[in-house]
Design a protein around this ligand. Structure first.
Ligand code: GUN
Length: 284
């Protein structure tokens, strides 16, 4: 029997994907338009290639048109800007994703700012980040949005709770802090310079860890009954593990995401949701 404390990220992802598939079908019947996602990959990083492949397969399953644009590793910023601008102008593309990391000679922030805000699949454009901060959540980063959706699916109360986030990245920590504040949690954001991490984590009703440090979070660092989201992915002896010492904390938590099969699968399905939402908004 499945452990009821373990959040089934794959099941939530499947549910979101099915919502997008039926929403896409209806949208296409009504408008004659197929929602379109363009992915941009610069260079041939193996992990990035795999992520792009997974995203394209998910689009196929949901009835979304997906096209891949690959540029060589030594492309210039101007070449990348030109490609993004071409995609901004394409009527059959409603969503654009530039896979990160970019090669070190390219400016990621400049690339994010080139994407038209209404086609911003990742929600990384400053306009969308700014809207999120003032409580207007439209295109917001996919991983935090997936985490909030999981909280809704599992009836996790947010208002008035102590939420502690470890990791202050633009991709996860900062946007998630804004989303939790928008839902009236009391939010603490910890990071690599935080003195006495345990002092914060032991107060957390909801704990989200996004550091990539294997088994950073031990059983004595968490509060009895906490809800835990583990965004970390690393390897110990060839085995994929998260930031949380899963087996050790399991008896103490009320809910926890596993790694793999927790937060990861939800992120791609949110990307599909964004593509459909953008297609709807653009064609209103
Ligand atoms: N690389 C790793 N995660 C992500 C993500 O969420 N979006 C993009 N564009 N690149 C990534």
């Amino acid at each position: 029997m499945p452990n009821e404390k373990i959040i089934d990220g794959r099941a939530i992802a499947k549910k979101i994907e099915e919502e997008v598939r039926s929403g896409t079908e209806e949208f296409t019947i009504q408008t004659g338009i197929t929602p379109g996602l363009a992915t941009v990959l610069v260079g041939d990083d193996e992990a990035s290639r795999m992520y792009i492949r997974l995203k394209h397969k998910a689009c196929d399953r949901a009835g979304i048109h997906a096209e891949d644009h690959s540029l060589p590793f030594d492309s210039t910023q101007d070449e990348l800007t030109t490609l993004i601008n071409t995609l901004n102008d394409k009527d059959d593309i409603h969503s654009i994703l530039v896979q990160l990391p970019l090669p070190p000679h390219l400016n990621e922030q400049a690339a994010m700012e080139t994407i038209a805000p209404n086609k911003d699949a990742d929600g990384f454009h400053p306009v969308n980040m700014g809207r999120l901060l003032i409580g207007k959540e439209e295109l917001v980063p996919c991983t935090p949005k997936g985490i909030i959706r999981a909280m809704e699916e599992y009836d996790v109360e947010i208002e008035g709770k102590n939420a502690v986030i470890i990791g202050h990245s633009n991709v996860v920590g900062k946007p998630l802090a804004a989303m939790l504040l928008n839902r009236n949690a009391t939010v603490s954001v910890c990071h690599i310079f935080t003195d006495d991490l345990k002092r914060y984590t032991t107060q957390a009703d909801i704990l989200i860890s996004a550091t990539g440090v294997a088994h950073l979070i031990k059983a004595d660092m968490i509060k009895e009954g906490a809800v835990i989201f583990d965004v970390g992915i690393s390897k110990i002896d060839g085995k994929v593990v998260g930031d949380v010492d899963f087996e050790a904390v399991l008896p103490k938590v009320s809910l926890i995401t596993p790694v793999p099969g927790g937060v990861g699968p939800m992120t791609i399905s949110i990307l599909l949701q964004h593509t459909l939402e953008s297609a709807r908004r653009i064609n209103k």
